[in-house]
Design a protein around this ligand. Structure first.
Ligand code: SF4
Length: 479
């Protein structure tokens, strides 16, 4: 995975700034509550939502189980339709492939459709290092790029910005990247959208190369699908001569019939729409229609390792709707940047540590960035049991160095519960010494016990009390 966000402090420290920023919290609270309310209404319109959710889960499970077969089928279909398929084991390889493909065209700039996969691998930075300018064309991504910022939400990357901040960014930065913002630009949404439209149109009409991701790839025909709301994607996918799409290997679905399920659940779950305003599909190349050259870069970057984990692999079912972010009480307060990855919120807390491993401070802390309330699971349109994966990842983190005390405590507890006499002796000792017990845990456990009351130990254990009662009854019976 890209090193873009690596080196960040652990989640609690990274979240501290946003938790103490009332403007940021207000921006995020307003946006997430609006989207979640609309989503709930859009989902409630469908009587068969539960069946669609189960179907989505089953299709993804089946595909992941037979991923090798469907990826080969996809490659054959794309090739037969005039496209070229490249395989990238990691971010570096994917970036190198895309850079070489752009260089081969002789161009030094590309327009981009919003894509999580290219953010994941840090493609813009890699292209910049090679002297190629990458222009984001999704409105929110444009705001993030002009503001030299980082995305903080899967669907609404500039969710942490309000209208006034966006106006200032446009006024200050647009001229540096191309057409400047109109004089006297206000923070009215229509004016901001018009400024972005004029700025981007220049780039759409000039670009010879576009880079996209894919929401889905249909194995049976080699068709790629991008869903979006602004039409910028459609411009990028149709106008340039060369189109390069970078997609995670888990984006494949076997058939068009399978795709139908997700085209119902994704828009309702993400933007609360009945269908997407723009759903673009293309199969290889067609003479006289759209790009003349099409390249598909299939990205692994930690996905096959994730697939090998029986519990964790369900994260690969994700269709990036972002519903789990909008209901998460932790995300609402911490914001997206604290997660240290392009995948924030509950899905980020389980996906990033699996794609990148749990060695870094931030990745080891992400499985703990949750109250385990389960709201994310309830809204997920492909029924990913995020709390289950979080607990599973916590177990893995606890196995790493630095958790010696926790492991020793759990080991001692396991031994005591395995040997009733040891447990009884321990309980007796704890009861006898109860007045000496501290009210707070020492050392690493102190932070945990600071916000909780440690329960007082009883004067006698249930076991001792029970024995005493039995003895009393026997004595009364013999009188
Ligand atoms: S985990 Fe589920 S709810 Fe969250 S983004 Fe992925 S599909 Fe949507």
């Amino acid at each position: 995975m890209s090193g873009t966000f690596l080196g960040m402090p652990a989640f609690p420290e990274a979240a501290r700034t946003s938790v103490h920023n009332p403007t940021l919290r207000a921006n995020i609270r307003h946006a997430t509550h609006t989207i979640r309310t609309k989503r709930a209404a859009a989902v409630a319109e469908l009587d068969d939502w539960a069946e669609l959710r189960e179907a989505g889960k089953q299709i993804k499970e089946h595909t992941l189980r037979h991923l090798d077969r469907y990826l080969v089928q996809l490659e054959e279909a794309v090739t037969a339709a005039g496209g070229t398929v490249h395989w990238a084991a990691d971010a570096d390889e994917a970036n190198r492939i895309v850079t070489e493909l752009v260089r081969a065209t002789g161009e030094s700039e590309v327009v981009k459709v919003k894509s999580m996969a290219t953010q994941e691998i840090g493609l813009n930075e890699a292209l910049e290092a090679a002297g190629i300018a990458a222009y984001e064309t999704d409105l929110a991504e444009l705001i993030v790029q002009l503001g030299e910022d980082r995305p903080s939400h899967i669907l609404v990357p500039a969710i942490h910005r309000n209208r006034g901040e966006i106006r200032d960014i446009f006024r200050r930065e647009m001229g540096r990247w191309g057409r400047a913002a109109p004089d006297g630009l206000s923070d009215e949404p229509a004016q901001l959208a018009e400024a972005a439209r004029l700025h981007l149109r220049e780039k759409f009409l000039r670009a010879k190369v576009a880079v996209s991701g894919a929401n889905f790839m249909v194995a049976e025909t080699g068709t790629l699908v991008v869903v979006e709301s602004e039409g910028n994607g459609r411009m990028c996918l149709t106008l340039p001569e060369t189109l390069i799409s970078v997609a995670g290997i888990e984006k494949v679905v076997p058939t068009w019939r399978d795709l139908e399920v997700f085209l119902q659940t994704l828009p309702r779950s993400s933007t609360a729409e009945r269908m997407n305003p723009y759903t673009s599909m293309w199969t290889g190349t067609t003479p006289g229609d759209g790009p003349r050259n099409f390249h598909l870069v299939l990205l692994d970057n930690g996905r096959t390792d994730t697939l090998a984990d029986e519990v964790g692999r369900q994260a690969l079912r994700c269709i990036r709707c972002s519903a789990c972010l909008n209901v998460c009480p932790v995300y609402e307060r911490a914001g997206g940047h604290a997660y240290g990855s392009v995948y924030p919120g509950p899905i980020g807390a389980i996906l990033s540590p699996q794609l990148r491993g749990t060695q870094s401070e931030i990745d080891a802390s992400l499985p703990y960035a949750s109250s385990l309330c389960g709201a994310c699971y309830d809204v997920c349109p492909v029924a990913i049991d995020i709390p289950e994966v979080l607990v599973h990842l916590r177990e893995q983190v606890a196995e790493q160095p630095g958790h010696r005390l926790e492991r020793a405590a759990m080991g001692a507890a396991a031994k005591a519960f395995d040997h009733p006499s040891v447990l009884a002796a321990g309980q007796r000792l704890a009861s006898l010494t109860r007045r000496l017990h501290p009210s707070k845990l020492p050392g690493p456990g102190r932070a945990w016990s600071e916000s909780r009351d440690l329960p007082a130990f009883p004067a006698e254990s249930f076991r001792t009390w029970f024995k005493r009662q039995e003895r009393r009854k026997r004595e009364e019976g013999t009188r």
